[in-house]
Ligand binder design. Structure first.
Ligand code: THU
Length: 134
């Protein structure tokens, strides 16, 4: 799937954001090897920490359809900001566990400006399942 298409899907997902508190709507789409795509958006709550970010929403959505880490090829995120919506620390930890280390992560905005990275770049020296082995 082309990056422009992913950005378009992420914008559609963003329309589903529930973000009355921050007023910062984020849309996410996960793309799988068989060209399926799964949407996520940030869903906030009056008890602030109970909300969830767009990328975790999209990843959990993907897993609930039976897809696993090795099926995922990309995550694309958009927000309406010059500064791209880089995943927060908690999302980086979840992405590290649930997506391949070198899968594409595209962060962009409504003007189709974007940059491409990976969780390997965003979270080097991560703590993962390997650390729990002796
Ligand atoms: N947010 C995301 O959904 N993803 C990010 O990458 C950064 C932040 C959300 C959380 C909250 O609903 C709002 O953006 C402001 O922090």
């Amino acid at each position: 799937m082309k990056i422009e298409e992913m950005l378009q899907h992420a914008k559609e997902a963003r329309e589903l954001s529930y973000s009355p508190y921050s007023k910062y709507a984020v849309g996410a789409v996960i793309v799988t090897k068989d060209d399926k795509f799964f949407y996520g958006a940030n869903i906030e709550n009056a008890a602030y920490p109970s909300g969830i970010c767009a990328e975790r929403c999209a990843l959990f959505h993907t897993y609930m359809h039976g897809y696993k880490k090795e099926d995922i090829v990309a995550l694309c995120l958009v927000a309406d900001s010059e500064l791209f919506p880089y995943p927060c620390g908690a999302c980086r930890q979840v992405i590290d566990e649930l997506m391949p280390k070198d899968a594409k992560i595209i962060v962009g905005n409504l003007e189709n400006k974007y940059m491409e990275t990976s969780i390997r770049e965003l979270l080097p020296y991560s703590f993962d399942s390997a650390n729990l082995e002796k």
